[in-house]
Design a protein. Sequence first.
Length: 246
Amino acid sequence: MRPLIAGNWKMNGSIASGAALVAAIMEQRAEIDPGCDILVCPPFLAIRTIGDLIQNSPIFLGAQDCHKDSEGAHTGDVSATMLSDVGCDFVIVGHSERRANHQEIDETVLFKAEAAHANNLVAIICVGETFDDRQNDRTLSIIENQFNGSVPKSSVSNNTVIAYEPVWAIGTGLTPSPMQIAQVHDFIRELLKKNFVEAEAFRVIYGGSVNPDNSKEILSINNVDGSLVGGASLKSEDFWAICKSV
Ligand code: PGA
C-alpha cells in the first residue's frame, strides 16, 4: 500500500513560516513523486491559508484534533464538520499530548473518530505506551485497551489510520528498536484482523522522533505503513528527506 507521511506541526510557527514550509515541499513534490501520500497538519488558525496554498497540489490537509459534536456551546472547540468545511482530509485524534494535557480518555477519542468519519475525514487514531508501561511489560495490553476503546466500529481502511506513538519517544530523540516497533505494529495488525474484514488494507504508521537519519530503517519494517512526524516536519528539508526515504 502507499505509505502516508504526516507532518504534525503541533503549536508551532506562524502563518508565514507554515506557508514557506508548504511552498518548499510543493516545489519538491512537483519534481518527483516520492511514492507516499504527504499530509500536513497545521495549527487550526493556519489551516485555511495552508489549505488554499496546497489546493491544487497532491499534498493533503489535516487538523490535529476535533470536537465530538458538530456544533454547539463548546467554547474554544472546533468540530469535524468545520474542518471538513475548510477542506481538511484528515484529523489526528487521541494524540498522547491531547490525552495527557486535556484528560482525553479512550471514549473521548472514540467519539472524535466517529465525528471524523461522519464528516468524511480520515481519522488518524493514536495509541502508545508510556515509559513506565514499557518498563513494566504492559506495552501490548495498553495498546490493546486503547485500540479497543478508541477505534470505532465504523472504521474502514480508507477512513482510518492507526498511529503507534510510544509516549516516551515523542520529542525525546529516543526511538524503540526496529524489533520493538515490529512487535507492536504486528500486534496492531492482529487487532485489526480481529475486528475488520479489510484489516490488511489499513495503514498503521509509526510516530516518535522520526528524523531523516532513522526514517529509512523505520519505514522498511514490516507493517509500518508510514510515519507521523512532529519536530522534523517543521523543517522542509528534513520532512522532504523523510518522504523520500520511503
Ligand atoms: P516527534 O513527534 O516527531 O517530535 O517526536 C511526533 C508526534 O508527536 O506526532
